[in-house]
Design a protein around this ligand. Structure first.
Ligand SMILES: CC(C)(COP(=O)(O)OP(=O)(O)OC[C@H]1O[C@@H](n2cnc3c(N)ncnc32)[C@H](O)[C@@H]1OP(=O)(O)O)[C@@H](O)C(=O)NCCC(=O)NCCS
Length: 180
């Protein structure tokens, strides 16, 4: 059945989520993240990260998109991440061949809905790599406001996992009900 479905992620999804996340990183984060990290270390790093996250889900909400039963998108929300900006969308990725078909928009909308249920009135924000102008175009089309710029924190706190010191921008939605 050719059908797009959305559901909340859980512990059993960790391996599939890590695979999609890693594939998207290797396509879109190259340049900012070091090749060795992307190609050799990120599968293990992401597998451990998602196993931990999806086992202990308190204060978070992971929305998954599936097409024909296969994972095609993910959005991970961390509630109350920042006293000013509210909840953090820590990862938003759509399977590369399915980009620009509305899946990212629906993932953000469902994330905003989930946030409104547990933390009404909370704002929403995220960080996007400076080099990732496509995603910036998407966030601007979704009404996100561009905020401050900061250095990208290295994955796992290891500076060698970055190429030099890339930067990222905050995008934020003071009223995420606009996305819902
Ligand atoms: C960014 C991303 C999540 C957006 O999801 P998506 O499913 O591709 O986006 P949608 O189809 O819902 O919305 C696309 C709309 O955003 C806007 N947009 C503007 N520039 C855009 C661009 N360069 N790329 C994508 N969307 C863009 C347009 O309004 C576009 O609608 P259109 O295709 O009808 O013109 C997805 O493309 C993705 O996973 N990219 C790779 C990983 C990534 O960069 N993640 C974000 C990390 S911060």
């Amino acid at each position: 059945m050719n059908e797009l479905r959305f559901r909340t992620g859980g512990a059993a999804d960790a391996a599939a989520v890590a695979e999609l996340h890693g594939d998207s990183w290797r396509r879109h984060y190259r340049g900012a993240y070091a090749d060795q990290f992307l190609d050799e270390e990120s599968p293990e790093y992401l597998a451990a990260m998602w196993a931990g996250r999806l086992a202990a889900r308190e204060g978070t909400h992971t929305t998954l998109a599936e097409y024909d039963g296969k994972l095609v998108g993910l959005a991970h929300l961390i509630i109350d991440a920042d006293p000013k900006y509210g909840a953090l969308v820590d990862n938003l990725h759509v399977r590369a061949p399915l980009k620009r078909q509305g899946i990212g928009t629906q993932l953000l909308a469902r994330t905003a809905n989930a946030l409104q249920e547990v933390a009404p009135g909370s704002g929403l924000y995220l960080w996007v790599l400076e080099q990732n102008t496509a995603a910036q175009g998407f966030y601007e089309a979704r009404g996100g406001i561009r905020g401050d710029r900061k250095d990208v924190p290295p994955p796992g706190g290891e500076p060698r996992r970055l190429n030099g010191q890339p930067a990222c921008f905050r995008y934020y939605w003071p009223d995420p009900s606009l996305l819902a």
